[in-house]
Design a protein around this ligand. Structure first.
Ligand SMILES: [Zn+2]
Length: 288
């Protein structure tokens, strides 16, 4: 006798995603959840990416995906048109024309456990990992320790072997030969967390999108000491989450997920293409 199994629906996958990444844990300014798609549509091929760029949507289309799960929202700010005259409009149009549902798990995936910050803590080989800061019962960032102390240079070299490579590489503020043991991490833009990093007693803080003034002031405040700062790139620090999100989703779907095909985006959506004129010195004038 033939047993007919109903195809997995988008609503089932969305329900699983919302158990893993509860929308109410997202920041109030964020826009997470389903962006395009019909909850009744069947899902058989799922694509995972950090950014829903036009190239990523094309990659998902070419892979036959019916669902694209991204970390960053496509529509964070108000739009009044989804015509193809803007890139956002062209993205929405391409998703709808090709029957691709888009789902974003952003700040709710940052704070989830396991989530984006756990993936980065894992890449840093941290043990005894705990939240960097707890706000309203939600743990933001992570802090943990290395199994044994490393020089700042050796720590970052080790991290560079597990992070995907971006053109800008990894920028470090601190003396290369200083020993580090306690490490704080926040995937993506993390310069809001300097106070929590100092309070955690971290020797080094791994995050991304660090700007001149916050970094200079943090280094001045530290008087050359800890916490040292590592800007490991926004895309690189968050792309580590994709594989974990895939396995968590498949685990959450259980037997219902066995028919799914899944793909991790192969495109580098870090926007920088080349670098010229980087100084080679470790020390640029005593700030470290
Ligand atoms: Zn991000």
């Amino acid at each position: 006798m033939e047993v007919t199994v109903s195809p997995l629906s988008l609503s089932e996958v969305v329900a699983a995603l919302e158990r893993l990444y509860p929308p109410h844990t997202a920041s109030s300014w964020d826009r997470v959840g389903l962006v395009s798609g019909d909850l009744d549509q069947p899902v058989s091929i799922v694509h995972f990416a950090v950014d829903p760029t036009l190239a990523v949507i094309e990659e998902a289309r070419a892979a036959g995906a019916d669902l694209l799960i991204t970390h960053h929202p496509l529509l964070l700010r108000g739009v009044h048109s989804v015509a193809t005259t803007s890139a956002k409009g062209a993205s929405v149009t391409a998703l709808i024309q090709n029957g691709i549902a888009l789902y974003a798990a952003h700040t709710n995936a940052d704070v989830a456990s396991p989530g984006v910050c756990d993936a980065l803590a894992g890449a840093c080989a941290l043990v005894d990992v705990e939240p960097l800061e707890v706000v309203d019962g939600v743990g933001h960032g992570r802090v943990g320790t290395l199994a044994s102390p490393l020089t700042l240079r050796a720590f970052v070299l080790q991290l560079s072997t597990v992070l995907p490579q971006a053109v800008a590489g990894i920028r470090v503020a601190g003396p290369a030969d200083a020993l580090v043991s306690r490490v704080a991490v926040v995937g993506g833009a993390g310069d809001d967390f300097f106070d929590a990093v100092r309070a955690s007693g971290a020797d080094v803080y791994v995050t991304a999108d660090l700007r001149h003034h916050p970094v200079l002031e943090a280094r001045e405040e530290a008087r050359g000491g800890t916490p040292y700062l590592v800007d490991a790139g926004h895309w690189a620090t968050e792309s580590l989450w994709l594989k974990g999100a895939r396995s968590e989703l498949l685990r959450e779907l259980g037997g219902r997920g066995t028919s799914l095909n899944t793909h991790i985006c192969t495109l580098r959506t870090d926007p920088w293409d080349f670098v010229i004129g980087a100084a080679t010195s470790d020390n640029t004038g005593g700030m470290s």
